[in-house]
Design a protein around this ligand. Structure first.
Ligand code: GTB
Length: 214
């Protein structure tokens, strides 16, 4: 059955791979699943056809036969559950890999998003300068904890898993702030993720959309 995802017609990150379709493309590449992409404009994202797929009018979405999904956590978990390559066979190891997916989305991504929003949406507010160190501290607190847990390991729990895919995807958003480089173990972890051939293919595919549109 054909898998179709949605992605930005023109990504605001200009093809840096930070829009969330990249993590879905990556999961599909890791598991060897061919997919098609339907590009949507910001206007189309708010129209009934897209809102029926995604109640919050966002990308990415995932369609496969009569199944339609939104939320990258759910989409990556679905892909990882259906196809080999992203979750261990051992039940406990599988549950731990899923735990890391949730940790990436529920514990690590929120302070990183807060930092991105502080810059993008609140940079001109008079209180931004005073608040910025607090927002950065919350990110650094999480980065310190994550770095200590990762230690000298390549991946968070044994072999590369959907947990690592999600964590690396989330950490990539931090790079432009310079904070990721303050944590060499995490910077190395992200670099290992980016070096994976499946990530490279996903990155190139989303970049091609930007290049074609510009
Ligand atoms: N929790 C959802 C998920 O994980 O699927 C979040 C989905 C989401 O935020 N989608 C964004 C979106 O559709 C695109 S990825 N936004 C439009 C809207 O809400 O109206 C977020 C994103 C956008 C741009 C950059 N960038 O330019 O760097 C990075 C990430």
């Amino acid at each position: 059955m054909t898998i179709t995802i949605t992605a930005f017609e023109r990504s605001p990150d200009r093809g840096q791979g930070l829009a969330r379709d990249t993590r879905v493309r990556w999961a599909l590449e890791e598991t060897g699943q061919p997919y098609e992409v339907r590009l949507v404009s910001f206007r189309a994202m708010q129209e009934p056809a897209h809102m029926a797929l995604h109640p919050f009018g966002q990308i990415p979405t995932y369609e496969e036969g009569d199944l339609a999904l939104f939320e990258t956590g759910a989409i990556v978990l679905h892909i990882a559950g259906r196809h080999a390559g992203l979750l261990p066979k051992d039940a406990n190891a599988r549950a731990r890999a899923i735990t890391w997916m949730f940790a990436a989305l529920n514990t690590v991504e929120p302070p990183i998003l807060e930092l991105a929003n502080a810059k993008l949406l609140e940079g001109d507010k008079p209180w931004n300068r005073e608040r910025q160190p607090l927002v950065e501290d919350r990110v650094r607190n999480r980065m310190g904890q994550l770095s200590r847990r990762l230690g000298d390991a390549d991946w968070l729990d044994g072999a590369f898993s959907a947990g690592d895919l999600m964590m690396v995807s989330v950490l990539l958003r931090l790079r432009s702030s310079g904070i990721l480089d303050e944590y060499p173990k995490l910077a190395g972890y992200v670099a290992r993720g980016e070096a994976r051939p499946a990530y490279q293919r996903a990155f190139e595919a989303q970049l091609a959309v930007y290049k074609e549109g510009s």
